[in-house]
Ligand binder design. Structure first.
Ligand SMILES: Nc1ncnc2c1ncn2[C@@H]1O[C@H](COP(=O)(O)OP(=O)(O)O)[C@@H](O)[C@H]1O
Ligand SMILES: [Mg+2]
Length: 263
């Protein structure tokens, strides 16, 4: 997008995170620096245990870095904030609330109540195509539907960045593909900054403008791969040579790190 000015949404500056475990100190992340630009769609891949969730939780303000800092819109992150919306792999819906009440929850916390909250909630419930299920409870929904509710709930409070930790990881392949398409469609419309963790290389390439490959413990950024495939991307994109070349490359890099973990 020529001439478009983009600012840094989130700045990760030399972040290190140590956990105290029974076996002593464990360095989960070391020397991680990254700028997440406004409107950018970033995916993070890397072997299990390399610190992806730790990094996301630090950006979300759910965990503190042991050293280094994270800034969101130039302000140091200290604790959670509504400008950073989080979607986890496990749906984290309130089981005693209907779909509509779940989506309205964050709005109510922000002091938005009554019909205004309902209207906003309905807009995002429609976005995820659940308008026929507004009065259902989570236990009455499939996994994919529950995750749609979680996405609607994250969008409803209008965060300036979405932090998604393997949000489709628990879904079957077909549902996952469908939710990828829906998320892509939404992102193309709203261009909301997305920081999306996945262990699925295909998913990373189909979604992202940039794929961050993390190395095995201690987690560091190993490589940043630009995905210069134009949007809109479809499932056919996955058959293109461009896609397959990127997949080979990224998969190879991640696989090396898997081998590191097993050593
Ligand atoms: N609260 C914690 N206490 C101790 N160790 C932790 C904690 N959270 C994560 N870890 C460890 O930190 C490493 C990175 O974990 P995590 O960020 O969850 O990795 P990933 O999401 O890439 O699978 C792992 O070895 C994990 O066991
Ligand atoms: Mg994780």
């Amino acid at each position: 997008m020529a001439g478009e000015e983009r600012s840094v949404k989130v700045k990760i500056d030399n972040v290190k995170r140590i956990f105290n475990t029974r076996n002593g100190e464990m360095v989960a992340l070391n020397g991680v620096s990254l700028d997440i630009m406004e409107n950018e769609f970033i995916c993070v891949v890397g072997p299990s245990g390399c610190g992806k969730s730790t990094l996301l939780n630090i950006i979300a303000g759910l965990l503190e870095p042991s050293s280094g800092k994270v800034y969101c819109d130039g302000k140091e992150v200290q604790g959670t904030g509504t400008e950073r919306g989080v979607v986890f792999q496990q749906y984290a819906l309130f089981p005693w609330m209907t779909v509509k009440k779940n989506v309205m929850f964050g709005l109510n916390l922000q002091g938005i109540k009554g019909t205004e909250a309902e209207e906003i909630a309905m807009k995002y419930i429609k976005m995820v195509q659940l308008e026929d299920f507004v009065n259902h409870y989570p236990k009455e929904l499939s996994g994919g539907m529950k995750q749609r509710v979680a996405i609607a709930r994250a969008y409803a409070v209008n965060p300036s960045i979405l932090l998604m930790d393997e949000p489709f990881g628990a879904l079957d392949a077909q549902t996952r593909t469908q939710l990828q398409s829906e998320l892509l469609e939404t992102w193309e419309k709203e261009r909301k900054t997305c920081f999306f963790i996945t262990h699925d290389v295909d998913e990373a390439i189909i979604l992202a403008q940039k794929v961050i490959i993390m190395s095995a413990r201690p987690g560091r950024i190993k490589e940043i791969v630009d995905i210069n495939i134009p949007y809109p991307r479809t499932q056919e994109t996955k058959m293109s040579k461009e896609f397959l070349d990127l997949k080979n490359h990224i998969w190879g890099q991640v696989y090396q790190e898997y081998l590191e973990v097993r050593k």
